[in-house]
Ligand binder design. Structure first.
Ligand code: UT7
Length: 327
């Protein structure tokens, strides 16, 4: 079977930083509450007029450069997002055009916070086909566009940003994506969703007035589900590769809440030092969170030759996924 390599990675966080103290001026919250309950200290928010595709382009350009390639070399684009610029067309076609890619297959995937790992798994399968040589996989979110800024229970959690990988299938000793799995349980769809704006409840004056175009969330149930599904997905991935958590140098989990990561670490019996966490400075960036954390860890040279790395995510849906990387 072909080896699917990580040829380059990149990330982008918008310039504007909003601290917990900034939010405390707008809603009834405090730096202390947000830090102790979530581990978040600040988040980056996109500028007005800066959309999902703009964030994605910045991260993708960095990933293509990191791979030593040109936009012309990319022959497949997959974008994981829940905040595309428009309902249609996809964010992917806008990104394809803005990056100056050839007229290659370009499409969005919506698996919420698990979206990037779903997209990696899809790209990995397509790259086994000789027709594709370099796939650009992007996670990009402007969550500030679907947050109710009057709801302290959700608005403090999210941030904007993008991350990207260029995957390849050529012969090389680059880091490789060696396995991945994904799952879903739509019976829990109501734990985290945006009620209106889709075909079930199209936009109307009433839906706008009732804030139905923004995130509705059952945080407590999601917390439990997140830990369970990320632990189970990780354990299944390890088991089918004949590995234990001891064999894994680094875990890069979805960055939703530091307490979720701490509980996951306890369940897997792994010290927190082996978890890559950047949530303090990013908040939850949904599909962008794993590639941003991964790109930052790579830039800090935290990964070393032969390290095994597990990426794991959960999200609205529910969806979950886990991916094995060998550095
Ligand atoms: O990527 C997937 C996205 N979502 C998640 O992963 C969310 C998972 N869940 C969580 O991270 C946590 O459940 C939250 C951080 C959302 C909430 O933490 P919690 O420990 O479950 O708090 P809670 O919802 O039980 O709220 C405790 C209290 C409540 O007050 P009362 O009822 O005890 O008086 C809330 O009203 O904290 C209050 N509260 C706040 N207080 C200050 C809720 N939000 C805030 C806030 N500032 N921002």
């Amino acid at each position: 079977m072909k080896k699917i390599t990580i040829e380059g990675v990149g990330s982008y966080l918008p310039e504007r930083v909003v601290t917990n103290d900034d939010l405390a001026k707008v809603v009834d919250t405090s730096d202390e509450w947000i830090r102790t309950r979530t581990g978040i200290g600040e988040r980056h928010l996109a500028a007005e007029g800066e959309a999902c595709s703009d964030l994605a382009v910045r991260a993708a350009q960095r990933a293509i450069r990191d791979a030593g390639l040109e936009p012309n070399d990319i022959d497949l684009l997959i974008v994981a997002t829940v905040t595309p610029d428009h309902v249609t067309p996809s964010a992917a076609v806008l990104i394809q055009s803005k990056l100056g890619l050839r007229s290659v297959p370009s499409f969005d995937m919506n698996a919420a916070c698990s979206g990037f790992l779903y997209a990696l798994e899809t790209a990995r399968s397509l790259l086994r086909d000789e027709r594709y040589r370099h796939a650009l996989v992007v996670g990009s979110e402007k969550l500030s566009s679907i947050v109710n800024w009057e709801d302290r229970g959700t608005c403090v959690l999210f941030g904007d940003g993008a991350g990207a990988f260029v995957l390849g299938n050529g012969v090389s000793d680059l880091p490789a994506v060696t396995d991945g799995l994904a799952g879903a349980d739509g019976s829990a769809a109501n734990l985290l969703y945006v009620p209106a704006g889709g075909s079930a409840q199209p936009a109307s004056k009433e839906t706008v007035e009732k804030h139905l175009h923004t995130v509705t969330m059952n945080g407590k149930e999601l917390f439990k589900a997140a830990v369970r599904h990320m632990a189970e997905a990780t354990e299944e991935l390890l088991k089918r590769n004949g590995l234990t958590a001891e064999d894994i140098a680094w875990f890069v989990p979805h960055q939703a809440n530091i307490r979720i990561v701490q509980t996951l670490a306890q369940q897997l019996n792994v010290p927190m030092e082996r978890f890559v966490c950047n949530i303090e400075h990013t908040g939850n960036t949904s599909a962008a969170s794993i590639p941003i954390a991964f790109a930052q860890a790579k830039a800090e040279r935290r990964f070393h030759k032969d390290d095994r790395i597990v990426l794991t995510a959960f999200g609205a849906g529910l969806t979950w996924a886990a991916t094995l990387v060998e550095w």
